[in-house]
Design a protein around this ligand. Structure first.
Ligand code: MN3
Length: 203
């Protein structure tokens, strides 16, 4: 089995004006595709090539491969972007259990947003900001490069099941926002797919 680029469930211009069409198109068809191609070429001749990307993450710590760092960066890129696209949609509303948990654990949605923005802004260089579920405790964390919390603490420096993820690589925003990373981060709130996030809380 080899991985393939997942279709988006929306058009490249669907997230305008927050995420622009050109960035979305390049990000999906070039960057994400490249992570997939590299992952497939590494796994081609291994016995790991029958695993789903989630299964691969769950055993990542135990994998022994000469080019494991290259796999970490590219398989991480594949799962991260797959999560990212599904987590974006205009017009959803935070409600239900996820709303209750955010209110209970962070004080309010506004407090949560401000803490997430702070973590994302202070993350140095390329990486991702996450809301993760750590056995019922919601935490805001960031990871470097293409690490995913599902890789486990010894690799990614954190753990938990991702509920929301935001790409902090310049390729995700530079065409539209240039150096204004905070504007990009704040624009994310307009297109978080809260329905998808709520589904992920239950997993
Ligand atoms: Mn990216």
């Amino acid at each position: 089995m080899s991985y393939s680029l997942p279709d988006l469930s929306y058009a490249y211009n669907a997230l305008e004006p927050f995420f622009d069409e050109e960035t979305m198109k390049i990000h999906h068809t070039k960057h994400h595709q490249n992570y997939i191609n590299n992952t497939n070429s590494i796994l081609e001749k291994t016995h790991f090539n029958s695993l789903s990307i989630e299964e691969l993450m769950s055993i990542f710590n135990e994998i022994s491969l000469e080019n494991k760092t290259v796999l970490r960066n590219n398989a991480g890129g594949h799962i991260n972007h797959s999560l990212f696209w599904k987590g974006l949609k205009i017009g959803t509303v935070l409600q239900g259990d996820l709303k209750s948990e955010i209110d209970r654990q962070f004080g309010s949605l506004e407090c949560f947003k401000s803490k997430f923005e702070d973590t994302a802004l202070k993350h140095f260089g390329s990486g991702w900001a996450w809301l993760v579920n750590q056995n019922g405790v919601l935490s805001i964390v960031s990871t470097i490069n293409q690490d995913n919390p599902l890789m486990g603490k010894s690799i990614s420096g954190t753990s938990g099941y991702p509920i929301i993820g935001l790409d902090l690589w310049e390729h995700a925003y530079y065409l539209k926002y240039q150096n204004r990373r905070l504007d990009y981060i704040k624009s994310f709130w307009n297109i978080v797919n809260w329905d998808e996030a709520s589904n992920r809380l239950l997993k």
